[in-house]
Design a protein around this ligand. Structure first.
Ligand code: PD2
Ligand code: ZN
Length: 297
């Protein structure tokens, strides 16, 4: 794990609360600067092991305003309609407008589909090049929950594109909308992640946990996440598979390929627990598109 020194223009209080180092505060500020909403950032911080209170304190010190924790209960009702490719006649490939995307694997429970050829190698390179200068400069994970403990669940670096931000992002989003038959407007901005050697993303669910106090606020922006598409932008020499431990499935990263999975309720019964295995040699770049129930704005 490594940290960058905070930039000179970052105003910090003289005495930070215990455990909140200038490096962690700089990381929070970098994430905020990438355009993440405070509630989404709070959720992401909890995902990587921050305690609720330290995360709220850090966000508040970084000048971000969060709603109070007094929020209504969240439904676990299953979604009636989900993103889903048209595989009715078991096609080898799907026309996404400007490209043929191949279907490599389809599994029912968990619902997982692996695709090839969603992006050209040049498009993968363009996404990496555009994302590179905007990757958060510190790794996400030097966190504490209730005090001292460092959490290493997610040792990658990341950034978000705005929806439609570049020509390649626009093209990709249109392909995804066709491939998964889901409105482009229901997609979050594309997230690009970079894993160096040894980095990993420990198994987790992508939906927002109903019992978390911040979830009702997050859901106001487009409802629950109902599906994920992880797109591989390069190939690590060893390791880095996307794993589904409950299905004993490992998807090996191949440039331009993607793994799709959907979850009709925010519940482990969907069997969508998944992780990014440690990169053993080389590096791994992915772009993730999360799809919401409704328009995400
Ligand atoms: O990098 C991956 O394979 C991976 C694993 C688990 C990505 C995500 N989750 C994600 O972006 O949600
Ligand atoms: Zn995930």
């Amino acid at each position: 794990m490594s940290h960058q020194a905070p930039t000179d223009n970052f105003p910090l209080p003289q005495d930070l609360p215990p455990g909140l180092t200038p490096e962690l505060m700089q990381w929070v500020r970098d994430q905020a600067a990438s355009g993440l909403a405070p509630t989404v950032l709070l959720h992401a911080m909890r995902d990587v092991g921050w305690g609720e209170e330290p995360a709220r304190q850090a966000l508040s010190l970084a000048g971000m305003t969060l709603p109070s924790t007094a929020t209504p209960a969240v439904s676990r009702q299953p979604a009636q309609h989900l993103p889903e490719p048209d595989l009715e006649h078991q096609p080898c490939s799907i026309d996404v407008g400007d490209r043929q995307v191949q279907v490599l694997v389809s599994m029912d429970h968990p619902r997982v589909v692996v695709f090839a050829n969603l992006l050209s190698h040049e498009e993968c390179e363009a996404l990496i090049a555009d994302a590179h200068p905007r990757m958060a400069r510190s790794l996400t994970v030097a966190t504490q929950s209730g005090g001292e403990e460092v959490n290493d669940d997610r040792t990658s670096q990341g950034m978000f594109f705005q929806r439609g931000e570049t020509e390649v992002v626009r093209r990709l989003e249109e392909r995804i909308a066709r491939l998964l038959r889901w409105p482009l407007e229901n997609g979050e901005g594309l997230q690009v992640l970079h894993y160096g050697p040894g980095a990993e993303y420990k198994p987790h669910h992508d939906y927002f946990a109903p019992h978390e106090p911040g979830t009702p606020t997050i859901l106001r922006r487009g409802g629950q996440r109902v599906a994920t598409l992880v797109i591989y932008l390069n190939e690590p020499a060893l390791g880095g598979a996307t794993t589904f431990p409950e299905a004993q499935l490992q998807v090996v990263p191949r440039r331009g390929n993607a793994v799709f999975f959907s979850y009709d309720r925010p519940d482990p019964s969907t069997r969508t627990l998944h992780g990014g295995a440690p990169v053993r040699e080389g590096e791994k770049w992915i772009a993730t598109k999360w799809l919401r129930e409704r328009e995400f704005r």
